[in-house]
Design a protein around this ligand. Structure first.
Ligand code: TRP
Ligand code: ZN
Length: 879
């Protein structure tokens, strides 16, 4: 294991590079086994660089074949080359051209960073530090250059040759090879470089921008998959139109291409003009993809497209600023989905994700600010905090400034920083300048880790008709940040009167903005409302206006009142969650609910399901009880996942005993014989029907298992089939095993559907699941290097099947630790990510805690881990 300071990179040490790269010309000869990269870099010392300052280029597993300067040879004494650096000791004090050649073996690159081969297709992944695995370079985001790329390959093996920018030349060469020249006029950092070569099918379309320019659009994928790319193309066109409408952002090149590949470490990548996607985020068709898959494809296509302005045209100065592009772009894709679908449903979904992934991160050993100030391995900072909390921070900015003020700031951002590699400070400054406000305190959201806990107290004085609300905040220490400051917290709110309608007030004191927002700036603040005729029920944090934990003494009756009457759908949903959570948490602590408690919740749920005004997708969410992991987080310490699961299932059973007729009715009413369409309305109906089914099965309603079986057998689309199977597996019904077997036989040929089977197989709660997973892994036909397969199987086990992962006998922990050690030798990024299932280990009761610690220390003591995995492990064990 490495020591504390080795390899740590600090934000405070940032300095521009002594040299700039004015121009990059790459000549890439792709061969069946080896590929040769010749790079011509035009380099100029930056003003202020001392003559004779060495030029140090980054490399990673490279071997230099040849080097020249300004067309002539360079003496051996003038440079030093290793796998990780190329140093030219005394470059000229003027512009010069450095020429290098390296040979790569893409087939052997199983890390999937740099230039690699996926299912026969050659492709690249350069963010964050993959370009240095292709050629020696100043591989940092603040070195921007225009790229010109000449690619050549055997025409039969690779009829398609793609790179960033516009195609400026192409043609045939001797011996069956051909070439293409791509030029990207927009200076860009190397992490946005991309090229693809292979025998691919494609679909093509066109988009006319708001100024009337025509853009040629293409989606490339394995032959035969074209019909599965149509939704991606449709999503792309809608994204392009939305960015024009909502942010005035027009696309800038003549071409925009998307390529789907099967081996990919992440979701997708925003390379300039040539986005590369994990194929699971491109391919959809009704009989193999679910509504969730359609939603994810649309969302990620939009996300990567939006990066063209927030990421590519304006990029990051250094990797500490990652959330400058990621948080902002997630915010933008969230808004896109909200505008295209249901805003309320999208918000609830996003908050569920935030609580499931970011809150645990922020409250555990891996906690870090949205803008970290140090890292050992930047790949480990593509986190829920950078992405999701980063988006929440931007959302708060929009909430505080209002839509018009936010847009003014964004306009100024694009105007002022186009072409820049910039920082969070510069981003905040545009909103200050555009709105004439001071956001220095607000900026702290980016710098401070941890989730603030906001405690609410209120009182009502009937005599003076005064309602008093006191909010106080506290953030627990996080690794490396013991002292926390109070943050500015926007609280969207309303007061609700006894008859369920909104209440107004004659005057208010404290930072009350308009009639729907409070701002808590300090550790604590009291807001006083005069002229309030009755005791109100407050609805606070409407739309989840800040990423905080809320501690309130609200009674179950108040919560159920909000669930029925709040005009804010988010808080209606939240109130139902709170009621259920309180029942379960109390029962786990030994204070079991009464029959009346369950009846009250069941009636509120029934009113929700039978409501004529609420839409089906909202109802589906309202019926979802808090997940086990969230309950474990709320309980916090001494967690026994088996008892949480048992209590939660008991509550589901008792609720379903009340709700079965309403659920059955909802199930029947939302069945449809219409032709499949992925639109939000039809998907919402399916979601409600399928949520009803899942509850009937898991809640043990008579006929539930049978219904799942029937839906599975009769399904005409993957959503219905897969949900029926999941319900059977979750409830572990009599024929669940047989259904799983049938599903496997039917879909082994389609890897993305096979992933669904893998994930479900790993989610079985019964003993024996670890042996089941081991057997799947041991099958010689299992693609042991494919990240999607590995994540579907072991990732979903570690992250989702807590009772088996955290078995008291330690078998789950040991299995995952051994898996991490094995995969780490091939793909450190995948290994490190699976290891992030462990940081909750200290919340378990002592037996499980000791078992987890044993598995982690064994992994550490075996040694030989990659920097990625060692970094996560070290932080997980620390503290
Ligand atoms: N920038 C990409 C995105 O937001 C994600 C990304 C980061 C990535 N590192 C990667 C993708 C490595 C693939 C591989 O959407
Ligand atoms: Zn992104």
């Amino acid at each position: 294991m490495r020591t504390e300071t080795e390899h740590t990179i600090y934000l405070k040490d940032y300095a521009a590079s002594p040299y700039a790269i004015d121009k990059v010309e790459l000549d890439v000869k792709i061969g069946p086994v080896t590929s040769r990269i010749r790079a011509l870099l035009t380099i100029t010392p930056r003003t202020g660089t001392e003559p004779g300052t060495p030029l140090v280029l980054d490399g990673d597993e490279l071997k230099l074949d040849s080097i020249a300067m300004d067309g002539g040879p360079l003496p051996l004494t003038a440079y030093a080359a290793s796998a990780t650096t190329l140093t030219v000791s005394e470059p000229p004090a003027r512009t010069f051209v450095l020429e290098t050649e390296v040979t790569l073996e893409p087939e052997k690159n199983v890390k999937l960073m740099g230039f690699y081969r996926s299912g026969g297709t050659w492709c690249t992944q350069c963010e964050p530090e993959g370009f240095r695995r292709i050629t020696y370079y100043l591989d940092r985001p603040d070195v921007l250059a225009p790229f010109k790329v000449t690619m050549s390959a055997d025409k039969a093996l690779a009829p398609v040759l793609l790179a960033n920018g516009n195609l400026i030349d192409s043609g045939d060469l001797e011996d069956g090879t051909h070439f293409a020249v791509w030029e990207d006029p927009f200076p860009k950092p190397a992490y946005l470089f991309a090229m693809v070569a292979g025998d691919l099918g494609s679909i093509h379309d066109e988009f006319t921008t708001m100024s009337g320019r025509k853009v040629a659009l293409g989606v490339y994928a394995a032959h035969g998959k074209q019909d599965e790319c149509l939704w991606a193309m449709d999503s792309l066109k809608r994204s392009m139109a939305w960015d024009e409408r909502r942010f005035g952002r027009e696309y800038d090149l003549d071409v925009f291409n998307i390529v789907a590949v099967s081996d990919f470490n992440f979701g997708a990548m925003e390379n300039k003009g040539l986005n590369i996607f994990n194929d699971k985020l491109v391919f959809v068709k009704p009989d193999s993809a679910t509504d969730d898959d359609y939603y994810n494809v649309e969302r990620v296509i939009a996300h990567e497209y939006f990066h063209n302005w927030t990421g590519d045209r304006i990029t990051c100065r250094d990797w500490f600023q990652l959330c400058l592009k990621e948080g902002l772009t997630v915010y933008r894709d969230q808004e896109f989905t909200s505008d295209e679908r249901s805003r309320a449903v999208k918000r609830i979904d996003d908050v569920k994700t935030l609580r499931a992934s970011q809150f645990p991160e922020d409250g555990g050993p891996l906690a870090h600010p949205a803008r970290p100030d140090r890292y050992k391995e930047i790949n480990n900072f593509y986190t829920a905090t950078v992405y999701e909390k980063g988006a929440e921070i931007v959302r708060m900015l929009a909430t505080l400034l209002g839509e018009a003020g936010f847009r003014k700031g964004m306009d100024l951002y694009f105007e002022r920083h186009d072409g820049d590699a910039t920082t969070i400070e510069a981003f905040i400054k545009v909103f200050e300048d555009a709105n004439g406000v001071d956001l220095q305190h607000f900026q702290t959201w980016y710098l401070q880790a941890g989730t603030p806990e906001v405690t609410i107290a209120d009182s009502y004085d009937a005599a003076s008709q005064t309602y008093k609300l006191t909010l106080s905040q506290r953030t627990a220490p996080t690794p490396g940040q013991d002292a926390k400051v109070a943050l500015p917290i926007p609280v969207k709110f309303g007061l609700i009167g006894p008859n369920g309608s909104p209440m107004s007030w004659s005057s208010a004191s404290g930072d009350v903005r308009g009639d729907d927002m409070l701002v808590l700036e300090g550790a604590s603040a009291t807001f006083e409302f005069k002229g309030v005729p009755n005791k109100p029920v407050p609805s606070l944090f409407r739309e989840f206006s800040a990423p905080v934990r809320i501690v309130s003494a609200a009674t179950q009756a108040d919560r159920l009142f909000l669930a029925r009457h709040d005009s804010d759908p988010f808080n209606r949903w939240q109130s139902l969650q709170d009621v259920a959570e309180a029942l379960i948490v109390d029962a786990v602590a030994g204070r079991v609910w009464s029959a009346a408690d369950v009846t009250a919740l069941a009636e509120a749920l029934e009113d929700t399901v039978t409501s004529k005004s609420l839409d089906p997708s909202f109802k589906a969410l309202a019926l979802g009880l808090p997940p086990e992991q969230l309950l474990a987080r709320t309980i916090g310490t001494n967690v026994d996942p088996d008892s949480i699961r048992a209590v939660r299932l008991k509550l589901v059973g008792e609720l379903v005993a009340h709700l079965a007729p309403a659920l059955t009715a909802a199930y029947k009413e939302n069945r449809s014989t219409a032709a499949f369409s992925p639109d939000a309305a039809q998907a919402g109906q399916r979601a409600l029907k399928n949520q009803a089914l899942a509850l009937l099965v898991v809640g043990g309603a008579a006929g539930g298992a049978q219904l799942a079986r029937e839906q599975y057998d009769g399904a005409t689309n993957m959503t219905d089939r897969f949900v029926a199977l999941s319900a059977a597996v979750q409830g572990w019904t009599g024929d669940a095993e047989a259904m799983l077997g049938h599903f496997r036989t039917m879909y082994t040929a389609d890897p993305l559907v096979f992933d669904k089977w893998l994930a479900l197989s790993a989610s079985v709660r019964a003993d024996g699941v670890i042996e089941r997973i081991r057997a799947i892994l041991a099958d010689p036909s299992f693609p042991a290097n494919n990240p999607n397969r590995l994540r579907s199987l072991v990732g979903s086990f570690a992250m989702g099947n807590t009772t088996q992962f955290a078995r008291a006998d330690g078998a789950g922990f040991r299995f995952v630790a051994e898996f991490v050690a094995d995969v780490d030798t091939r793909n450190p990024q995948v290994a490190a990510r699976v290891l992030t299932a462990f940081p909750i280990w200290r919340s378990f009761e002592p037996v499980r805690m000791a078992a987890a610690e044993g598995a982690l220390t064994a992994l550490r003591d075996a040694g030989g881990l990659s920097r990625n995995t060692a970094d996560i492990l070290e932080r997980t064990l620390a503290g």
